[in-house]
Ligand binder design. Structure first.
Ligand code: IPM
Ligand code: MG
Length: 354
């Protein structure tokens, strides 16, 4: 099983290194894992003049799964569009048609105190945000800044065709069937025609899944409900932009965005696995970042792309065990817990695997 490892920038390399430590345990136990590393993002731009060198895209295309870290950094923000680190990730998602982005949000009881929300709100919270990842305002044309009557005008286009909506809706209902059989579709159909179509198609797909309960929420109400009554949700399916925003919001239910893994899949089993957090240049290289999102992303990879659900569950149990023993990185530390660094957290998860 070929894994393309793209650590990227900022805290990407240090958190990815911990996920690799964990995967290495399975390799040593005999799982046939082959790792190939490549540059992506700012480091790739520095080395080659482009954030997504052709050999990196080729490696990603060829792999069974991609383990991605993070990309970006303050000094790349002024680069022209197309050369910015974030563009590389968007191109990989789009080129490989990884349209279904799963962002599970699970509140670990051990971390209830780390969330700004009341612990009584969070007990048993377990939802997944399924974010459409290759359409919407992120990719719609026309786009750009041009001059009209002497003033600059910025334009982006929210665009979804019905097939794009249909395939993500199917993914949502299929996911719900493996869970608590509830889908909440989030849109802005009261204002936006593209989202009116979204709602119509989701309703249409729902007819194939009479055993799954469907509700619709406007995105503003969904943002409120996520804080007010997060446990009402099972699967939230939404477009690219709303999913980006709601998943960062939802991360706060878990205590830290450093806890959120993600998986991006297309029609097959190939997937890209990445922590939801970004490159965090302010804390990069200091061995203080939380590697659990990356480690949990590796678990998702084993389950969703590599057909190794037992190994995935073992990692998830190991993470819980480490948290239950009171070890915390800075982002989730509370009085009375033992604060440790990135690398030590990786070592502890490895130790807890056996
Ligand atoms: C995410 C990130 C990306 C996105 C950025 C880095 C382009 O915020 O994966 O949530 O907006 O999709
Ligand atoms: Mg985001």
């Amino acid at each position: 099983m070929k894994i393309a490892v793209l650590p990227g920038d900022g805290i990407g390399p240090e958190v990815t290194a911990q996920a690799l430590k964990v995967l290495d345990v399975f390799a040593r136990e005999g799982m046939a894992l082959e790792f190939d590393h490549a540059l992506i993002g700012g480091c790739a731009y520095d080395a080659t003049g482009h954030p997504l060198p052709p050999e990196t895209l080729a490696l990603a295309r060829d792999a069974d799964a991609i383990l991605f870290g993070a990309e970006g950094g303050f000094h790349y923000e002024a680069l022209p569009r197309g050369l910015r680190p974030g563009d590389a990730l968007l191109t990989v998602r789009r080129e490989l048609q990884l349209f279904a982005n799963f962002r599970p949000v699970v509140a670990y009881p051990e971390l209830a105190g780390a969330s700004p929300l009341k612990a009584s709100h969070l007990d048993g919270l377990d939802l997944v945000i399924l974010r459409e990842l290759t359409g919407d305002l992120y990719f719609g044309e026309p786009r750009g800044v041009h001059i009209e009557n002497g003033v600059r005008v910025g334009i982006n286009t929210m665009r979804y065709d019905e097939e794009e909506i249909r395939r993500i809706a199917h993914a949502a209902f299929r996911t719900a069937r493996l869970r608590r059989r509830r889908v909440c579709s989030v849109d802005k159909a009261n204002v936006l025609e593209a989202m009116e179509l979204w709602r119509e198609i989701v309703d249409d797909v729902a007819r194939d899944y009479p055993d799954v309960e469907l509700e619709h929420l406007y995105v503003d109400a969904a943002a409120m409900s996520l804080l007010h009554s997060p446990r009402r949700f099972d699967v939230i399916v939404t477009g690219n932009l709303f999913g980006d925003i709601l998943s960062d919001e939802a991360s706060m239910l878990t205590g830290s965005i450093g806890m959120l893994p993600s998986a991006s899949l297309g029609d097959g089993t190939k997937g890209l696995y990445e922590p939801v957090h970004g490159c965090a240049p302010d804390i990069a290289g200091q061995d203080i970042a939380n590697p659990l999102a990356s480690i949990l992303s590796a678990a998702m990879m084993l389950r969703m792309s590599l057909g190794q659900p037992d190994a995935a569950a073992r990692i998830e149990r190991a993470v819980r065990r480490v948290l239950a023993s009171g070890y915390r990185t800075a982002d989730i530390a509370e009085p009375g817990t033992k604060q440790i660094g990135t690398s030590q957290m990786g070592d502890l998860v490895v130790a807890a695997l056996s």
